[in-house]
Write a new protein. Structure first.
Ligand SMILES: Nc1ncnc2c1ncn2[C@@H]1O[C@H](COP(=O)(O)OP(=O)(O)OP(=O)(O)O)[C@@H](O)[C@H]1O
Length: 236
């Protein structure tokens, strides 16, 4: 369980995350909705250890990770796929994906024994990438590059996977493919936090929904099927 309690993050003089509390359970995809500037990316970056909160706590299975270094947070199994793909265009698909594996090894979260099986799993989960395993990543479509970024995170064997708008800039069809891939990464002991603007497609794969407004959680634990059109109009 990832338990966030009274988390406050200031950027300059602005309070961007304001006494936010939420509980994100394993085995679920928790979708975070909110208008531009609500603080969603800042929340993900703080969970990943890239920003130091001014107050509050972030507990992963009971241990407070809020003020640990990014490396220590990664070592505890938190992986962020930030906005923008962060794919190395001149490296092959395979090399890009293996970077996740090497990173996990460096952090002590992977052994050579498990890596082979995990690589095979990745090729099965991402058949499009398997077909282009040795192609230059920069030659892939936007949707495929996004899949490379997600596959790299998968290879890092995350306990907590944070995805910041993975379908941004993609056609509805490719967004669907990417979000279906995200859904296939759901595992009993894995916490997946998804920030998305492609709301309808994200609702189709989410297990629960939280709504952020002005840095705080306005509603949480909502069932995706309970979110009606008029609610969405009020959120955005
Ligand atoms: N370095 C910074 N200094 C001051 N304010 C910042 C800084 N970075 C972001 N902000 C502000 O913090 C607020 C929250 O930004 P954040 O990117 O977390 O929102 P978001 O909900 O992810 O929005 P979006 O959907 O546009 O990415 C925004 O108003 C933004 O302008």
């Amino acid at each position: 369980m990832l338990t966030i309690d009274s988390l406050t993050v200031r950027l300059g003089h602005r309070t961007v995350v304001d006494a936010l509390s939420a509980a994100l359970p394993p085995g679920e995809i928790s979708l975070i909705l909110g208008h531009n500037g609500a603080g969603k990316s800042t929340l993900l970056r703080t969970i990943a250890g890239l920003l130091r909160p001014a107050g509050g706590s972030i507990a992963l299975d009971g241990a407070d990770i809020a003020r640990r270094s990014p490396v220590e947070v990664a070592r505890s199994g938190v992986v962020l796929v930030p906005q923008g793909r962060g794919v190395f265009a001149d490296l092959s698909v395979a090399e890009n994906i293996k970077l996740g594996m090497w990173n996990a090894r460096r952090l002590g979260r992977s052994t050579t024994d498990t890596e082979r099986a995990r690589l095979d799993d990745a090729r099965e989960l991402f058949p499009v990438l398997d077909e282009q395993w040795h192609s230059r990543a920069g030659s892939l479509s936007g949707g495929q590059q996004q899949q490379v970024a997600i596959a790299r995170a998968f290879l890092a064997n995350p306990k907590v996977l944070l995805l910041d708008e993975p379908s941004v800039g993609l056609s509805p069809k490719l967004a669907d493919v990417v979000l279906t891939t995200v859904a296939s990464l759901r595992r009993e002991d894995r916490i997946i936090v998804l920030v998305e603007q492609n709301v309808h497609q994200a609702l189709a794969v989410a297990d629960s929904v939280a709504v952020m407004r002005a840095g705080a959680v306005e509603q949480h634990g909502l069932a995706p099927s309970d979110i009606a059109q008029q609610d969405l109009a009020a959120i955005f």
